[in-house]
Design a protein around this ligand. Structure first.
Ligand code: MCA
Ligand code: AMP
Length: 472
């Protein structure tokens, strides 16, 4: 089966039920389906065919859903781009994915000549037939390419198939007991697999009602919970840290209607889990995934949600640890990186995907992540590869050497800071401005500190663990 067959469990079988709330408007699943069909007609009319890539640079919106559904229905490959990315980051993705078309909401960073405006496309689509397009797709067809920062600094496109999304969504629906009686509050961006794979796909398969937010705003979040009364919430640790600021009486009220809080994308500190339980009366269910694999391991719904661990492998997912590193295999694991045969070959050993995460398994089967083999920084659930920022800094005047490391941060988990060996005048403000102009905001180092030299091994490799722990 392809995703369209699975989504029909909802789009056809529950066509008259209210499926979506967005910015105060409500839509039945039938309307969602028809919008997707019309958007598919528009894409087909503009020459997109199965296997073509469509880049989408959009905040959470109706059009983002329409475009994802249209791609699924046509077999066009959906390539979402993080809207915090700036010209340099976007240009790399466009060059690599070679999209047939690009859709954006307003300002699109980069010199692409033809960028379709999402609202105009939706207006034009609304006049088209809502008859379903016919596509002959099997489950191994690619549904999306999602760019994930590689250790080399340049991001690679992870190809995710219809089967990958389907297997993942069926797992989370089953393991988290999601039914059409649930209500999902979704603040996660749809350009990453947390929002797209767990949020959107579980919604369209299980047929529960979703209130989609444009983004998570911590001041507004408590009221969103109270207004909508969700039973299910998917978030990153930063969101849970923010939710600890809520007044105890309000937190209890929110907790009363909730059934399940899920956290992932970055480590959830055990302390946050405990404080949250105290305040909301719920043990957050922590799970572990990757762009390349969707969900691998999760704490049990029924049974002990063990703080600091990511729980037990999902159904169908085989896990092993070799040399401290976690390897996974299963129907959720991607077939490879877009146009990168060598990187794909290097990513698999005996059919298992090397996650790059270090892990331990307890005697009763719970996995605990112990950090990364690479020096990945995760800030607010967004991944940062220091090498990318270092390479950018080295292009700036006055920088002889640069090293970027993550410092602990209560809210974001980690934040990047830069150590610079200057040549000539050292101007941290200019460096910050240059970063702000060219890099996604979460990648901009919090501080730029001049040092005489960087600690290096005899072979010249920078020893980041020796850098001062605080640059502030
Ligand atoms: C953050 N910012 C945004 C958005 N999110 N801007 C526009 N749209 C967004 N969706 C910018 C803000 O403008 C601001 O920029 C900075 O980020 C921090 O914003 P703030 O309001 O202070 O937010 P916060 O309370 O610190 O919370 C940040 C956040 C955000 C909302 C939690 O980090 C977030 O949405 N994270 C989710 C990331 C995610 O979905 N990851 C999944 C990856 P400035 O700094 O310039 O002021 S998939 C994955 O990892 C795997 C598969 C997995 O296991 O899930
Ligand atoms: P991404 O490349 O954006 O898909 O990020 C995947 C990485 O996020 C994983 O390799 C982990 O390092 C990290 N990650 C995801 N979930 C968790 C979690 N629950 N605890 C710790 N790290 C996590």
């Amino acid at each position: 089966m392809n995703l369209s067959n699975l989504f029909d469990l909802t789009l056809v079988e529950r066509r008259d039920e209210i499926g979506l709330e967005f910015q105060g408007r409500i839509f039945t699943f039938g309307e969602i389906d028809r919008r997707g069909n019309r958007m598919a007609r528009l894409l087909a009319g503009r020459g997109l065919e199965a296997g073509d890539r469509l880049c989408v640079y959009l905040a959470n919106s109706l059009e983002m859903i329409d475009l994802y559904l249209a791609c699924v229905k046509l077999g066009v490959i959906f390539v979402p781009i993080n809207i915090l990315y700036r010209e340099r980051e976007v240009a790399h993705i466009l060059g690599d994915a070679e999209p047939k078309a690009i859709v954006s909401g307003g300002d699109f960073p980069g010199g692409a000549t033809t960028v379709w405006n999402a609202a105009e496309a939706a207006r034009e689509a609304s006049a088209l037939s809502d008859e379903r397009p016919q596509a002959d797709l099997d489950g191994d067809a690619p549904a999306a390419i999602i760019y994930t920062s590689g250790t080399t600094g340049a991001s690679k496109g992870a190809i995710l198939t219809h089967n990958n999304f389907g297997a993942n969504a069926i797992n989370v629906i089953t393991c988290w007991k999601i039914s059409d009686a649930d209500r999902l509050l979704l603040p996660l961006p749809l350009f990453h697999v947390h929002g797209l794979g767990n949020g959107l796909c579980s919604w369209l398969i299980a047929g529960y009602r979703m209130r989609l937010l444009e983004r998570f705003e911590h001041q507004a979040a408590p009221q969103q919970f109270l207004d909508f009364g969700p039973t299910v919430f998917f978030g990153v640790p930063t969101m849970y840290v923010r939710l600890l600021e809520v007044a105890p009486a309000v937190a209890r009220q929110i907790g009363a209607s909730m059934r399940l809080f899920v956290s992932g994308s970055a480590p959830l500190p055990a302390q946050v889990l405990e404080e949250f339980r105290e305040l909301y009366g719920h043990a957050i269910l922590e799970r572990y995934g990757m762009t390349e694999t969707l969900m691998n391991i999760g704490n049990p719904y029924s049974g002990e949600r063990r703080a600091g661990t990511v729980g037990l492998p999902f159904p169908g997912v085989s896990v092993k640890i070799a040399g401290g590193e976690l390897y996974v295999r299963g129907p959720n694991v991607f077939p490879g990186y877009w146009k990168r045969e060598e990187a794909t070959r290097a990513a698999f050993v005996d059919g298992y995907f090397r996650t790059g995460d270090l892990a331990e398994r307890s005697t009763d089967g719970y996995y605990t992540l112990k950090g990364r083999k690479s020096d990945l920084i995760i800030s607010g659930g967004f991944n940062i590869y220091p090498r990318e920022i270092e390479e950018f800094l080295l292009e700036q005047p006055g920088v002889a050497e640069a090293a970027v490391v993550g410092l602990p941060d209560r809210v974001r988990g980690e934040v990047p800071v830069a150590y610079i060996v200057p040549k000539g005048v050292f101007d941290p403000d200019a460096l910050e401005q240059a970063c702000r102009a060219k890099l996604a905001s979460f990648k901009v180092p919090r501080s730029f500190q001049a040092v005489d030299k960087l600690p290096r091994t005899a072979l010249g490799k920078i020893q980041k663990h020796l850098l001062p722990l605080s640059g502030e």
